[in-house]
Design a protein around this ligand. Structure first.
Ligand code: BDR
Ligand code: CA
Length: 317
């Protein structure tokens, strides 16, 4: 039985590549993709999502939901890595906005229509998920599982000294989701930092003459350059692609239950995930956290999935 999935994304380069994986993954039924503000503002994320879906043209179109900016937070983006448009400057045709359904409504409708069977993979700030939980308080218990790109256990932050970007962008929503009674797995920076996609890895991507191969190079080459300029690294992290594989190939990861919370206020620590490893922890909200990854096998799955997506896309041209 294919896994029933909703992707919540802020495209974002690895977000966009994850949509390609999911849209053509034979082991997945991609029910919906919802956009959220993060790497780029909410309106740009919505436009990118629509443009990517049109570009991928999957045989079964997922429902699309559009998010709006979170209430009461300062606007923050990650354009220093993802480029001004969020996709490394990729010239995608401007999408025609086909649907204006609010992301949280799409999430609620889909989960309610098939209780305990739908999994959400969150690749951006948790704004839409928290809104869905507020709109329908019974929803968390109806979810099969929620996977989250977010937080850091021992790793340093990637947007501030101690915070991971998705949690920093909307810590209040991150906390609401963390405290909610659903089965949830965190994929923190400690794990996603284990893979650095280098220029020579792109040789294993779909051929550069294919539609998807062209798109991927046009996003990842500028990102690799930006990583070098910003962090002095010789490759780019692909956090969200790793979260996708964690949800679809959990055997390639090890998980441990931890207790902790999200700092929502701190001047310097806003968005930081704080874990309590004492025997009698006071921070009692528990969450499964991925602690180990078979990095080579995960990268292989990503490359295989992208090549499969590309082959199917070429047949449709
Ligand atoms: C997250 O930050 C974003 O830039 C990426 O898209 C990913 O979701 C990792 O911290
Ligand atoms: Ca993302």
């Amino acid at each position: 039985m294919p896994k029933k999935i909703i992707l919540d994304v802020d495209p974002g380069i690895a977000d966009a590549a994850s949509i390609a994986l999911a849209a053509y993954d034979p082991a997945v039924e991609l029910l919906a993709v919802t956009s959220v503000g993060g790497n780029v503002p909410a309106s740009a994320a919505a436009k990118n999502l629509q443009a990517i879906i049109e570009f991928l043209d999957p045989p079964r179109l997922p429902r699309i939901g559009m998010g709006t900016a979170p209430d009461g937070t300062l606007p923050i983006t990650f354009r220093q890595v993802h480029g001004i448009d969020g996709l490394g400057g990729t010239p995608l045709p401007v999408a025609e906005l086909r649907s204006q359904h609010p992301a949280e409504k799409v999430i609620c409708d889909i989960v309610r229509s098939d209780p305990e069977n739908v999994m959400i993979i969150c690749m951006g700030p948790l704004t839409n998920i928290a809104r869905a939980f507020r709109r329908d308080p019974e929803l968390p218990k109806m979810l099969r599982h929620i996977y989250i790109t977010g937080g850091a256990v021992n790793a340093r932050g990637n947007i501030s000294p101690c915070a991971e970007f998705n949690f920093y962008a909307d810590p209040v929503s991150a906390r609401i989701v963390w405290h909610s009674p659903c089965t949830k797995t965190l994929v923190p920076l400690d794990v996603t930092n284990k893979i650095l996609l280098r220029l020579n890895d792109l040789e294993q991507f779909p051929d550069e003459k294919t539609k998807l191969g062209t798109l991927l190079r046009s996003m990842f080459i500028p990102a690799i350059r930006a990583y070098h300029q910003n962090y002095g690294l010789e490759g780019v992290h692909i956090h969200d692609l790793i979260t996708y594989i964690a949800a679809t190939h959990p055997r390639l990861f090890e998980t441990s239950e931890m207790t902790g919370d999200v700092e929502v206020k701190g001047h310097i620590t806003k968005g930081m995930t704080v874990f309590d490893f004492r025997r009698l922890p006071e921070l009692s909200y528990s969450i499964d956290v991925i602690t180990k990854i078979d990095a080579d096998a995960v990268l292989d799955e990503i490359i295989t999935g992208l090549n499969n997506a590309s082959e199917q896309m070429e047949k449709r041209v």
